[in-house]
Design a protein around this ligand. Structure first.
Ligand code: GLC
Length: 522
């Protein structure tokens, strides 16, 4: 029998390091904090962790601005802490995926400081993307080299005093690297090996589609800002990089890479999954879909269709450190206040019944909502600052986790320490400790569903078969397992089978509104 690689059907838990657990008492999460909470993750029943960047960084974008790719930022710990964490995670039966950020470095990276100190046209500048500006409308004024916007607001170019402009698809503190320079390629190959040699099981590749820009640097002329198939993303050259990375990963046992790839269509996405490229890409379709059985059916079909030609396994995600937490999202459309919680319970059964792997975001197992009332002065996401507060940004989903106790810091930090983002009043009942002893809590729901999935998964085929259902519901079968989800408000008749697990109690053979069930197929 051929062995199924671990990542194909893994449940991976995203740890947003800064907000997970603070062991050293500086108000920010750290590697020792994660180590001290591995028991929570083992008991939850996930297979792997994905750690967001913990590398040396001024944290202009929460660590996605890396100043040294081969070291740990002192506020998160040391390399020794990292080694101890990997070893303990493995002892707990958990694999470890780390983030790698190849599209841009921090402006404090040695290379960028050298580039600033060097003249235009110098080798130091050729590691980044420097260009001359264009004459502005008025005499003496200069415009950026083109009209590309930064994903965080404002232009994607910043001008230096000597007149050259550098490109940053994100914040100005995140200059884009020039992947046409072989030195950049070699550097990242070496960085991969550095972490592989330390025992990581995989990489999550940040902005994986962005590395190459069209050499024409043509204007967008006001077309869709994201232009996912435009001159900034998914240029053909990027695939050579991942072919090479795959060779490196294959020199080790059982290592994988998942790309953060946003594309306009499934064809572009599939290219990254060719058998000699990445193992997985994130498929954000479920996360983007509203609470609607019809919408879910469509995105599931499209997601399966996208990966099938490559023989790759799909990936599913409902929340991340970049999106609005789904408990809050599912308050809409048409929901009564509080409905998001029940819908999130039901959504978990959908997520875990689908073929492929599921990526969970820390805190969803506690049913945490967005913290929308953060004071402006507490907000740190560059999106908030660069849009002058017009866009709130992503801090609301990044509030530290409540572990125990009656008030801030809820066991996240030692008592008396103020966490880097304020934690709401009223979270005493949602702490991990409070939920552990409540059989009807979200935490226990996650544990139960994950445990059952683990028991069933080896017997489940990759294929999914739809079963007829009313429009407001979706029913499907994977071998012996039937999953039924009712997104409507009114009960629907259950498909045939014996109920195994339901997100709210059934009424006889009726599945209530906003409820999901797993059944054994007849
Ligand atoms: C990715 C990360 C996001 C970060 C951006 C720039 O989208 O998930 O958090 O801000 O890349 O690195």
């Amino acid at each position: 029998m051929t062995r199924i690689p671990w990542w194909r059907d893994a449940v991976v838990y995203e740890v947003y390091v800064r907000s997970f657990a603070d062991a050293d008492g500086n108000g920010e999460g750290d590697l020792q904090g994660i180590r001290s909470r591995l028991g929570h993750l083992r008991d939850l029943g996930v297979d792997a962790l994905w750690l967001t960047p913990f590398y040396t960084s001024p944290l202009a974008d929460g660590g996605y601005d890396v100043a040294d790719y081969r070291d740990v930022d002192p506020r998160f710990g040391t390399l020794d802490d990292f080694d101890a964490l990997v070893s303990d995670a493995h002892d707990h039966g958990l694999r470890m995926i780390v983030d790698i950020v190849p599209n841009h470095s921090s402006d404090r990276h040695r290379w960028f400081r050298e580039a600033l100190a060097a003249p235009p046209g110098s080798p130091a500048r050729s590691r980044y993307i420097f260009r001359s500006g264009k004459p502005g409308e008025r005499p003496g004024e200069e415009d950026p080299p083109n009209d590309w916007p930064s994903a965080f607001g404002g232009p994607a170019w910043t001008r230096l005093d000597d007149g050259e402009w550098y490109l940053h698809l994100y914040a100005p503190e995140q200059p884009d690297l020039n992947w046409r320079n072989p030195e950049v390629r070699h550097e990242f190959e070496d960085i991969l090996r550095f972490w592989l040699d330390r025992g990581v099981d995989g990489f999550r590749i940040d902005v994986a589609a962005g590395l190459f820009k069209d050499e024409s640097f043509r204007d967008l002329h006001g077309q869709d800002r994201r232009m996912l198939n435009g001159p900034m993303y998914s240029r053909p050259e990027v695939h050579d990089v991942y072919r090479r990375w795959r060779q490196i990963l294959d020199e080790y046992d059982d290592r994988m890479a998942i790309g953060e790839v946003w594309t306009d269509g499934p064809q572009d996405l599939a290219l990254y999954l060719r058998p000699d490229e990445l193992h997985q890409v994130f498929q954000f379709d479920l996360q983007l879909a509203p609470w609607s059985a019809m919408a879910f059916r469509e995105v599931i079909d499209a997601a399966l269709k996208a990966v099938a030609p490559m023989g790759a396994a799909p990936t599913w995600v409902l929340s991340s450190h970049d999106s609005v937490r789904h408990v809050t999202r599912y308050e809409q459309p048409g929901g009564l206040p509080g409905i998001g919680h029940g819908r999130a319970k039901a959504a978990l059964l959908l997520l875990l019944a689908l073929p492929g792997s599921a990526y969970l975001y820390q805190g969803e197992e506690l049913g945490l909502p967005e913290v929308t009332d953060l004071p402006d002065e507490a907000r740190q996401d560059p999106i908030f600052k660069r849009t002058n507060g017009r866009t709130a940004g992503r801090d609301s989903c990044r509030v530290p986790l409540p572990w125990s106790g009656p008030a801030e810091p809820y066991g996240f930090s030692p008592d008396g320490v103020r966490p880097w983002l304020p934690m709401p009043r009223g979270w005493a009942s949602v702490t991990a400790e409070a939920q552990a002893s409540d059989p009807s809590s979200m935490l226990n729901w996650y544990r139960e569903a994950l445990a059952l999935r683990r028991r069933l998964k080896d017997g489940l085929p990759d294929e999914l078969e739809w079963i007829d259902s009313p429009d407001t519901a979706l029913f499907f079968r994977r071998g012996p397992l039937v999953c039924a989800l009712n997104c409507g408000e009114n009960p629907v008749r259950l498909p045939a089978g014996i109920p195994l697990l339901t997100s709210t109690p059934l009424y006889g053979d009726l599945l209530p509104g906003n409820t999901a069930a797993w059944l054994t197929a007849p």
